[in-house]
Design a protein around this ligand. Sequence first.
Ligand code: MN
Length: 457
Amino acid sequence: MKTVIKNGTIINTEGSFIGDILIEDGKIESIGINIDIDNCSVIDAKNKLVLPGGIDVHTHMDLDLGKYRAIDDFYTGTVAAAFGGTTTIVDHIAFGPEGCSLNYMIDKYHELAEGKAVIDYSFHGVFQHVNEEVLKEMEKLVEEGISSFKIYMTYDNRLNDEDILKILIKAKELGAVIAVHAENHGAIQHLREYYSSLGKSKPIYHALSRPDSTEAEAINRMIYLSEIAGCPHLYFVHVSTKKGLDEIISARRRGVKNIYCETCTQYLTLTEERYEDDVDGLKYIMAPPLRKQEDIEALWEGIKSSQVDVIATDHCPFFLEEKMDGKSDFRTAPGGAPGVEERVEIVLSEGLKRGISMETLVDKLMTRPAQIYGLYPRKGAVQVGSDADIIVVAKKDKIITIENRHSSADYTPYEGFKVDYVVEKVIQRGKVLVDNNKFVANKGDGMFLKRSNLCDL
Ligand code: MN
């Protein structure tokens, strides 16, 4: 079966034009004007925007934290993603039992996702310790299409500088990407205990115990370690502060190569004032915390100037009731919030209001994440030969509210947000998944994506 998407405004990073897209066997067969529609099913996209499917490279579906488990699994989470115009996720996986191999959790995740995900997916590997075996294992995983690995500079499974350096050196050899959660663990621990000793346990102390310098210091240290390792591909997840972004900009200015910067929807739209309500504030407990308006402004500036490469979500929802476990001490609330469904519509709406071009926003939401994580040009662009992952977007108003969400979560951090761009149709490999707010896909429609390692971008 062939499909033609007719008369839409097709937008890619390089520019936009009104035209038709012919889809055959799940791929984009041709793009042009007045494509013949004989024997084709036709999707009329007149006066609509036609974009590549969204790519969210930072989600935590079914994340097992021990006491808590993220409430979206690979089915509900990817249904929510699809409704929001995202057709590919690369999930950050949970830690496994102490001492487990890198492969152990990847195998588990194949089980969690297969037959459930409705959109295409891949996983980042995760390090929880370093020795000869796990470094060796990286080679095998890269061959199997797991070409990126996460490391943490905070939390129980954080790595020390020596271990980080070993990983970076190996990543350089393999062309793998190292994704890093950069926060200074010692400073945060000290501040959390300090505030706790004063009886200060309300949500606002979550932000106060993780000041912007904790992020900036860790980013800075990581960049210097990376230079020592010969500049492998180094990707900072969820950069939330002006100070942190400034470290990345300054490193690039002095010529450090292969650094990438991600931020997330919440750090572009919400401030730490959300923590001022002692109960409601718990909804926004996540790390890093929400920041100040000046950070939001700097991150949008970074998007405009392409110092920020990617906008993701860190989607990791918990029920309100679980978040409320932090009522007497914010430290006991599970960390994370939903967002996979909201990203594309909010970023398009807010970004255009700020004078950022549609092409630039497509780059941050679709193209750049695909390039950095070894999915391009199969994903991330509307071009001949790519998978026909396409979303049709209309310019019209919608209010985001829990009533129109599809995640398992019982709240959205973006309640009451008005968006001006609404995803109407979501197509993956030529198949319609969502049609005007109706879900028409099947559980298990998504497939695992083998990703390539990187040459210099
Ligand atoms: Mn995360």
